[in-house]
Design a protein around this ligand. Structure first.
Ligand SMILES: CC(C)(COP(=O)(O)OP(=O)(O)OC[C@H]1O[C@@H](n2cnc3c(N)ncnc32)[C@H](O)[C@@H]1OP(=O)(O)O)[C@@H](O)C(=O)NCCC(=O)NCCS
Length: 187
């Protein structure tokens, strides 16, 4: 186990990125592309994870990307990121995204997402990151929630793998009744 003196507080790597949504970020409907937001989230997750670990990091998985409200051109996007959980080499970075309409003076919450980042050493191998110092009740709650989310994710991944191995097309196709699809293939 790493010593406490190596540990770093959540507050030390907390990162905020603010960016103005310009017309070239918009889709045909005039709203901001989801991909622009994802790219900004990836950027802030990298900044936050590399600050905590002091290392080069890669994005391993992205959880919970539900855009609840559209973002408009001219709005100011703020991405508030913090390390919620650390494993050995992995870190879960929670990102809360808000969009501010400066003219109308309102702020809306667009999404909260979780990026799992892994720190790498010079040879590209996963690298052990510092433990996390939890200074507030919110830090503790987020740590526990992230650990639970991770456990559920690995459990469901295992279940999916088992279901794939046991997959029987003839049997599964019988369960398609009521679905909005048309089978144009002989099985
Ligand atoms: C993710 C990666 C580092 C895993 O490498 P590996 O040699 O299999 O190492 P490990 O199995 O020890 O996994 C390293 C950590 O990643 C975690 N991890 C691996 N896959 C994961 C997943 N799908 N979701 C969440 N965490 C995951 C492991 O739990 C482990 O965490 P821990 O060290 O805190 O216990 C490797 O697959 C990789 O480099 N992927 C490419 C990442 C990348 O390039 N991203 C940018 C995409 S454009």
């Amino acid at each position: 186990m790493q010593q406490l003196q190596d540990a770093r507080p959540v507050s030390a790597s907390r990162t905020t990125l603010t960016e103005l949504m310009i017309p070239s970020y918009a889709n045909f409907g005039g709203k901001i592309h989801g991909g622009i937001l994802l790219s900004l989230m990836d950027k802030v997750a990298y900044a936050c994870a590399s600050k905590h670990s002091g290392a080069y990091c890669v994005t391993v998985s992205v959880d919970n990307v539900d855009f609840m409200q559209p973002v408009e051109v001219g709005e100011l996007i703020s991405l508030n990121a913090s390390v919620n959980y650390v494993g050995k080499s992995s870190m879960v970075v929670g990102i809360r995204v808000t969009a501010e309409n400066v003219k109308e003076r309102f702020v809306k919450h667009t999404n909260t997402s979780y990026f799992t980042m892994v720190a790498k050493d010079e040879e590209g191998h996963p690298f052990q990151v510092p433990p996390l110092i939890l200074e507030t009740q919110q830090d503790v709650r987020r740590f526990i929630e992230a650990r639970e989310r991770r456990r559920i994710y690995f459990q469901s991944r295992e279940l999916m793998q088992k279901a794939k191995q046991a997959f029987d097309l003839q049997e599964e196709v019988k369960k398609l009744e009521g679905e909005r699809c048309v089978l144009k293939v002989t099985l």
